[in-house]
Design a protein around this ligand. Structure first.
Ligand code: DC
Length: 214
């Protein structure tokens, strides 16, 4: 079984996908974590997003692996580091580069060849799992998405002004939705769910009912 979950930042994709993976006993793949890990790699090497020659040269040196839902890059667990504001604020600039997208999309397609998966991202229903059995596109108001992100950041020990978060989310969505290569977009055959006023359990119930009905 292949399930695609797409949507903008903070729409609830990863929380929902992780729980559904557990309930259905299938593999969860957080494709955003892969773009974040690649961003961390290039930032640590001081390679800016416009240095395409260095990016092309370095890409084959980046090995990505999920172990127990944790993102490992070149044998190091980078799950915490990839969530820092430093990476979050730069990831869209690296994620719009064609050679990075093609490399990660190939890796994602390969993972899905061998097993049942639920994958979340921006281009899963439109590109990576075009033939998915189920496609969902989660949306929520920008205020609600900023509020959720603030709760996550507070939990991780960061303080932030909600208005800055709203700006940041809008800026990231704009870059993700306007890039030429596989932009953030609802697939024609995806089911859209507005999660703004729903609890996590309600979203899961909706999705699992649709999957059960086949
Ligand atoms: O889901 P996330 O916020 O962790 O994703 C981080 C960034 O990666 C997001 O701003 C856009 C990019 N991304 C992408 O372009 N395509 C994907 N399939 C997943 C994420």
């Amino acid at each position: 079984m292949k399930i695609a979950i797409d949507g903008p930042a903070g729409s609830g994709k990863s929380t929902i996908a992780k729980l559904i993976a557990k309930n259905l006993n299938i593999t969860y793949i957080d494709t955003g974590a892969m773009y974040r890990a690649v961003t961390l790699y290039f930032m640590d090497k001081n390679i800016p997003a416009n240095d395409l020659d260095s990016i092309k040269h370095e890409l084959p040196n980046i090995e990505l692996e999920f172990i127990d839902n944790q993102m490992h890059m070149n044998q190091k667990n980078v799950s915490l580091e990839i969530r820092t504001p430093r990476v979050t604020n730069n990831v869209s600039n690296y994620a719009k580069i064609d050679i990075i997208r093609e490399d990660l999309q190939n890796k994602q397609k390969f993972i899905a060849l061998k097993q049942s998966v639920i994958m979340d991202g921006r281009d899963i229903g439109t590109v990576v799992l075009k033939d998915a059995d189920f496609k969902f596109f989660l949306v929520a108001t920008v205020l609600e998405r900023a509020r959720r992100r603030l709760i996550d950041l507070n939990r991780e020990g960061y303080q932030m002004d909600i208005n800055l978060l709203i700006e940041e989310i809008e800026r990231r969505d704009a870059i993700d939705a306007s890039r030429d290569h596989s932009p953030l977009k609802k697939a024609d055959d995806a089911i859209e769910i507005d999660t703004s006023k729903l609890t996590i359990d309600e979203v899961i119930e909706k999705i699992e009912n649709i999957i059960k009905r086949g």
